[in-house]
Structure formats: C-alpha cells, structure tokens
Write a protein that binds this ligand. Structure first.
Ligand SMILES: Cc1cc2nc3c(=O)[nH]c(=O)nc-3n(C[C@H](O)[C@H](O)[C@H](O)COP(=O)(O)OP(=O)(O)OC[C@H]3O[C@@H](n4cnc5c(N)ncnc54)[C@H](O)[C@@H]3O)c2cc1C
Length: 297
C-alpha cells in the first residue's frame, strides 16, 4: 500500500493500474513493502478507477515478483540494521503487465480488502507485543531481585517498586484489552463491528511497550543499554508499533469517531444533566407525587 509521498493517508496513493485488453498495466512506486525481497508475489494497491469516490478508486492486484518491470530500488532497514540487511523494500513498478484475473477482491474495493487484512494483522501485532512486554517485565523483576545497592536490593527501593507496579498494571490492562478484542472478533466475525476495539489496542500498544521497556532499561543500568540485551531493539520496536499499519494519531481519530456515534447532542442550552434541568425533569415526571407528599405533611 504505502507510497513514498504518503502512507497514513491512502487517498494520496498514485500508483496506477490501467486496463489494456485482458491485462492491467501498473506504474508507480511503493515504499516499505515488508519482506518483498523474499516474496514470490506482491500485493499491490493501485488506482484502477481514478474518477470514483476517494475510497472506491483503488484495487488490490497480485503481481508475481519476477514480472518484467518490478524493480526493488533498495531494501530499507529499521533502527541500526546494517545496510543491505533491511527487509522493507522501496519498489518501482514500470509498465508491469499482469492479467486482470490477478485482481484480489472486487475492483475498486482495495480499501475494504486492506482494512479486513489490516484489522486481523493489528491484533496479531498486539498479541506478539504482549509477549515482548512480558519478556521485558520478567527481566526487570529478576534484575530487581538480583542487584544490591546501598545495602539493599533494588526490589526494596520504592522508586523501583513503582516501576514494577506501573508496568504490571499497564501490561495486564493491555493484555486483557487484547483478549477482549480477540473475543469480540470471535463473537461478531465482522471486523467493521470491532473497529474501535482494534484501534484501541493499536493505540495502547506502542505506549505500554515503550514504557515497560524503558523502565526495564533503567533498572538494568549500563547493561540495559548494552548490546548484550535485546532492549534497545525492543524500544525501536515500540516506535514501529506506533507507525506500521497506521500511525497512532489516525487510530485515535477512529476511536473517538466510533465512540461518539453512541452519543447525541444536547437539545437544550444547558446540558440535561445539570442540576436545574434534572430537577425540572424530575418534577415533570414525579411532580404530582411530590405535591401529594407535601400535602400529607
Ligand atoms: C516496520 C514497518 C513495516 C511496514 N510494512 C509495510 C508494508 O508491508 N506494506 C505497506 O504498505 N506499508 C508498510 N509500512 C508503512 C506504514 O504503513 C506507514 O509507515 C504508515 O502508514 C505511516 O505512513 P508514513 O510512514 O508515510 O507516515 P506519514 O503518513 O508521513 O505520517 C507521519 C506522521 O504524521 C502524523 N500523522 C499522520 N496522519 C495524521 C493524522 N491524520 N492526524 C495527526 N497526525 C498524523 C503521525 O505522527 C505520523 O506518524 C511499514 C512501516 C513500518 C515502520
């Protein structure tokens, strides 16, 4: 999907697939196509219907990697991966011809296909991240119980205890939200009904991952930042989780929009939950009862 000029906003994608007889001819560039260098085929989101609505312009097309015109310009790495070891390809498609039957899903429904795939993918990211967070948490706890300074264990120092307590709370809250989201997917079997839940775990994931790993690094001192532990890579991994499959900001917008669908605007100048309005509503509902009570007194 992603292109060099923009990833978070798919309406900006420019890669085109034009019909020619029984084929599509694809021209454009894609960016951060993970594992393209190992793949025997690529799934390209290309504009097939430029005059359609913003979300009905693109289609998904399967392109065998050895098709003439497919060129991996370079493989980009993450963090300090050495040059040449990267797995995220910058790919150029020049007059790439594939049969129309390579269309994946309905024409013009590239967004819908992508959202379905990305929905499940985000849950998998979250599940794997639960494991990574637990790994960092276990290291932190073992280190706190193993290291002594100023006559007592790290585990006995309150500022260390705070790190362990905060990490455990955040880890468990995240784990349970992921579990609940997976359960709701099973219940509805419809990703549209769990968009808010998936966006929520996608949003929570980088923060909890980052915060727990950061505390783990701090408690390990020099060893924490050394290349003898996996923590610096995990820290970069937390940033990846806030970007890949859509940045956190975009997912927060999704959550807010979905949440607000369950609410309505107030029809009165002051909201109906203010005391004067609640009193008026109570009198309208039960005024006769109150009058009877007052008379009886
Ligand atoms: C490790 C990794 C693997 C990836 N693999 C793939 C892949 O296999 N296939 C693929 O297609 N893509 C892949 N991507 C790309 C990924 O989907 C994009 O990086 C992502 O959608 C963001 O696009 P961008 O990098 O162009 O950032 P931009 O769109 O330029 O956004 C940059 C920043 O701007 C801010 N921003 C963007 N939109 C908004 C908004 N609406 N409101 C507020 N702030 C905003 C955010 O802070 C965001 O991080 C991968 C990315 C990473 C890091």
């Amino acid at each position: 999907m992603s292109e060099p000029q923009g990833g978070a906003d798919p309406t900006q994608f420019r890669c085109m697939a034009v019909e020619d007889g029984d084929d599509f001819v694809i021209n454009g560039e894609k960016w951060f196509s993970s594992n393209a260098r190992f793949a025997s085929f690529l799934i390209v989101m290309a504009v097939t219907d430029p005059d359609a609505s913003a979300h009905g312009r693109a289609s998904m097309i399967v392109v065998p990697t050895d098709t003439p015109g497919v060129e991996i310009i370079r493989n980009v790495g993450v963090g300090d991966e050495p040059p040449g070891h990267g797995t995220h390809a910058y790919v150029r498609y020049t007059d790439v011809r594939v049969p129309k039957q390579n269309l994946l899903g309905p024409r013009g429904q590239g967004f819908a296909v992508a959202q379905t795939r990305l929905g499940g993918g985000r849950v998998h990211h979250a599940m794997r991240t639960v494991g990574q967070i637990k790994r960092a948490f276990d290291m932190m706890c073992q280190r706190a119980l193993s290291r002594t300074t100023k006559g007592e264990m790290l585990a006995d120092k309150q500022m260390v205890q705070e790190k362990i307590a905060d990490s455990w709370i955040e880890m468990e809250a995240f784990r349970l939200l992921v579990l609940r989201t997976a359960w709701r997917i099973d219940q509805f079997n419809d990703y549209l009904k769990v968009r808010k839940d998936i966006a929520a775990i996608k949003t929570m994931m980088p923060k909890v991952y980052h915060d727990v790993v950061s505390r783990c690094i701090q408690i390990h001192g020099a060893l924490g930042v050394s290349n003898e532990l996996p923590l610096s890579g995990m820290l970069m991994g937390s940033y990846v989780m806030g970007i890949a499959d859509g940045p956190t900001e975009v997912h927060k917008v999704t959550i807010a929009r979905q949440v607000l669908r369950d609410y309505e605007a107030s029809e009165t100048l002051f909201p109906d939950y203010t005391l004067p309005n609640r009193r008026a509503a109570a009198l309208a509902l039960l005024g006769h009862e109150i009058e009877r009570e007052v008379e009886a007194w």
